[in-house]
Ligand binder design. Structure first.
Ligand code: AP5
Ligand code: MG
Length: 197
């Protein structure tokens, strides 16, 4: 299996670049944010719980998030060539859990690609998307909370994975295809994999 974490602040392009990774490398996409929004849309019990956190820009508790991921790996990712993790892990306990979840499936995490984008650009992207699509957490107040949470709880993972030799930062501003080419170059150089097409 080839397992890649796409790491970055809210609005940094994790979803956009995930789509290209899936397409070009034949990987399975797990976006914890999309998964939770799907539950909210369907009105499930998990969705009702998740909504309380997402609407405030706060993280879902680690133990709940880790159980959900374990379940998705069993149900959806088994037998796949690998996984792009988009939006997970977001805390050190989640990162530690991911190592264990992959190890118990005989696999490992190969690379963490960090999309690095200036904060004012992140805010502009999310405000624009909020106007265009009505995504509920793309409003000025929640965006501020999401960015605060990112700095306090998620940013430490950059050091964590740098120390593990797995973090590779790319400039996430500019043309989507050029950013993707940078990601592909890093994966070839550090993991030894090439796109299938
Ligand atoms: P999640 O859905 O993961 O949201 P996020 O991290 O805030 O990131 P976004 O989805 O907003 O942005 P993105 O990085 O995917 O960028 P995108 O490609 O869309 O999480 C939502 C919430 O769920 C969290 O706040 C939390 O409450 C909960 N949650 C999720 N995972 C969790 C976990 N592991 N633990 C606990 N709680 C969790 O791009 C953004 C916009 O920019 C788009 O409009 C796009 O078209 C545009 N764009 C992309 N690339 C470019 C470019 N190069 N140039 C110009 N525009 C671009
Ligand atoms: Mg996303």
């Amino acid at each position: 299996m080839l397992n890649i974490v796409l790491f970055g602040a809210p609005g940094s392009g994790k979803g956009t670049q995930s789509a290209k990774l899936i397409d070009n490398y034949g990987l399975y996409h797990i976006s914890t944010g999309e998964l939770l929004r799907d539950h909210i849309a369907r009105g499930t019990e998990l969705g009702r719980t998740a909504d309380k956190y997402i609407s405030q820009g706060q993280l879902i508790p680690d133990d709940l998030m880790i159980r959900i991921l374990d379940d998705v790996l069993d149900r959806e990712a088994a037998g796949k060539e690998g996984v792009v993790f988009d939006g997970f892990p977001r805390t050190i306990p989640q990162a530690e859990a991911l190592t264990g979840l992959l190890r118990k499936r005989g696999s490992d995490l190969h690379a963490v690609i960090g999309l690095e984008v200036p904060e004012d650009e992140l805010v502009q992207r999310m405000l624009a998307r909020g106007r265009e699509t009505g995504r509920a957490d793309d409003n000025a107040e929640t965006i501020k909370n999401r960015l605060d949470v990112y700095h306090k709880q998620t940013m430490p993972l950059r050091d964590y994975y740098t120390k593990a030799g797995k973090y590779h930062g790319v400039n996430g501003s500019g043309i989507v295809d050029e950013i993707f080419r940078d990601i592909a170059d890093r994966l070839e150089k550090h993991v030894g994999v090439r796109p299938k097409k």
